[in-house]
Design a protein around this ligand. Sequence first.
Ligand SMILES: O=C(CO)[C@@H](O)[C@H](O)[C@H](O)[C@H](O)COP(=O)(O)O
Ligand SMILES: O=C[C@H](O)COP(=O)(O)O
Length: 951
Amino acid sequence: MTASSHKGANPLRDLAAVQQSPWFDFIRRSFVEDGSLTRLVQEDDVRGVTSNPAIFQKAMGEGTEYDAQIREVLAHEIVSPGALYEKLAVRDIKTAAHILAPVYEASHKKDGFVSLEVSPYLARDGKGTTHEAARLWADVAESNLMIKIPATPESIPAIRETIAAGINVNVTLIFALSAYKAVVEAWLAGLEDLHKKGGDLSKVASVASFFVSRIDGKIDADIDRRVKAGDKDAETLKALRGKVAIANAKEAYAYWQEMVKTPRWKTLEAAGAQPQRLLWASTGTKDKAYSDVLYVDSLIGPHTVNTVPPATMDAFRDHGTVAETLTKGLEDARHVLAEAKRLKLDLDGVTATLVDEGVTSFEEAFDSLLGSVAAKQQAMLADKLTDMKTSLPAPLEEAVQKGLDAWRKDGTIRKLWAKDASVWTNGPEGDWLNWLTIVDDRLAHLSELESFQAEVKARNFHQVLLMGMGGSSLGPEVLAMTFGKHEGFGHLYVLDSTDPQQVATFEKKIDPANTLFIVASKSGGTLEPNIMLAYFHDLAKRALGEKAGSHFVAITDPGSKLEAQAKKDGFWKIFAGDPKIGGRYSVLSNFGMVPAAAAGLPLKLFLEDALRGVRMSDASVPPALNPGVMLGTIMGVAATQFGRDKLTIVATPQIADFGAWMEQLIAESTGKHGKGIIPIDDETLGGPKRYGTDRLFVYLRLVPEHRHEQDEAIATLIDAGQPVITINLHSKRQIAQEFFRWEIATAVAGAFLGIDPFDQPDVEASKVETRKLTDAYNQTGKLPAEQPFAQHGSFSFFADPANAKALKGDSAEAILKAHFNRVKAGDYVGLLAYIERDRATMEWIQHTRLKIRDAKTIATAAEFGPRFLHSTGQAYKGGPDTGVFLQITADDAKDLPVPGANYSFGVVKAAQARGDFDVLAERGRRALRVHIHGSLKDGLAALATALHGAL
Ligand SMILES: O=C(CO)[C@@H](O)[C@H](O)[C@H](O)[C@H](O)COP(=O)(O)O
Ligand SMILES: O=C[C@H](O)COP(=O)(O)O
């Protein structure tokens, strides 16, 4: 800030004599707080202050003036960068308003205003502008505030409504006389509306900010271009340089003079209204060839304002000339405009362009301002936030930057937060976005969850058994695996299988008389949780009799069949899900938070951690700094433009189960219509030569527990040119932030892929096939017969005719060889095992997948059925046709009945495997099923040997 007052002759002070008010087009913390503004008011008779996004961007975008307040806010609140900016701005505006209050009082509410602009992002959104104007007015709560609203066609109704609400309005970005006339009309109509409501018109001030120098900037450039091109009217054109903008302003003033004579105005004036004054804005001289006070000297007239930038104010104070120029030379001005028209200088075109450019430049300034605030916030919050580092090959990095910039220019993150389905396919996406606000919602209802937690503790359950699938089980499983058992609470077990051995294993882990059973199903109609519930309810009834229901809690969407059953069976509690959140996006809703409460997790701390993540990926954070958008853009761009669609998840062991949740989110959200990102979870890291060019690595690194060898392996991959995203978590609890980051990122990646990330069409398909088989079983007492196409040793091989034809071989090894010979670069192999998931089988599947990866340099997925059907199964069937699948089924060592049904757990599992295979086959996927007869242990060992020979 260079402006300073001086004693003696002062043209600024002399402006009062001609009834023009000098306002200052500048604000910043030091200027309002160190006495500078006070001096300008007292010594220079400066009578107002204007701000705009570009001014705040300069103030806050650099230096440390705002750091103390930022630190103070961040110490007490979890805010978005947008909200933080507003707090900073509001304090400056309030301080300026207090300094100008004596002017406001002395002028009888006619002067002494400070202006604050609505978000430039709302420039084309009339309703949003009206709402924001009222909100800012209430937030600042100073009667000498003016809310700035741009004069875009969309905002004209907002001007009327805001005036009618009794709010002072500075209408900004006016360039054309026609726009000014529309503004005057809106202002008059607003006053009339207010009058009709019985409002006090005398309190409502308004200015119409007519931009000046920018018009010359454009017209002069056109003149120069034509002169240079040898235009025949070169001399006449040159004579118009630096004249058109002032002529245009004089016409506007002439219009104002006529307006104040109209009976319409006289009526309002008689009712106490103040006239809306013309305010000359954009009055700093841009062309050095002109006087540095051109746009002040030439525009002096009664009942006007000139808001002057610092350098121009210094210049005017020093050598400005106070004379009533505005009312003089109107005929000359009209001649200038007529000449401009005759010479085809397109003033209408220029003013229209200037509105668009003005909006865009304020948007860009705001982007940059919010980016600076977000960066400050990230730096100050430091370890309270997870952080992300990327090492991307240059072409990918460049494409990602382009993607981010396109999102910034189109304001797509704001559309996403506004639930605008045009971000994706213009389908039903907008109905599935309540996960954006669920953390705020759960914090608002924290007491319900906390009192449930206290009651669970008081009842002293020894175990908690959660039954559910996919979105209803994977989030709780992450919480159970990551945080372990909490003092005073039972151990949380999560069952998501129909494998009878697995069900029996869980039965052994619990004591039914002292267990809290949670059945979680959004739809309430999913087969697996329903039969698990039947089984464990029966068990509990045997232990507890009729009070068994008091050990059961349901989490389900309102109105579901499960809700009805829970009521009928006298469940202890029923927690509602949000029907506008799909299963895989539900972890921060009751589907994650109720089991978290039951397991004794510190809910407030967890949700507050999540909220930090929500705020940093908020609509106000520009894409290049927005953690969710950055990640999603990398995922989307890597998959769609570089064929890097195998998102390979590496994690510090203590948080490794997070990958199972990510798998579902990413695969089920993106894998459809032949497109998608295939998550590759828990595939032990190898050296660079183990990987092709289809990988994108994500390393979830828990800083306090990070493994040196993982760091080393990742560094080697980076050196080898593989793209790697490293996300540092500074505590386990920060998985709460990552839940949200990955949800946003997946939604963003879905936008790049051009799909609806909230449906799961192919999961439904295999459910239908399974239902056909279980229905058949109910009618006939057996599953429809099936014939293996080959049998070798303890293996039977099954496939549809097309796959069977391609898999001829006279031994197990030969069949497997034929199958895996179909794998080519860029494919992936999926091992889909419908067997108990325990330490031994997990080790087997890991070992086997690594063998395949290393032999084929291919990505591998190791999955257990039916769990994966609700997760990666969607992408295997609906995603890109790059999967080669080996389905593994086995005789059940023992089966378990499903109470109330004809079928058993074993039958359901078999039907699920067959239903899954049928859909894979129907989609033309390369798939083979091997069924192990007899001992599972021996069969798996033999299969490993056969595979070894086949690869
Ligand atoms: O408040 C207002 C107008 O009401 C001003 O801050 C207005 O935005 C500024 O004068 C202009 O943006 C400055 O324009 P320019 O000098 O960048 O052309
Ligand atoms: O991811 C969701 C699973 O398909 C289970 O659905 P549900 O919660 O409606 O039972």
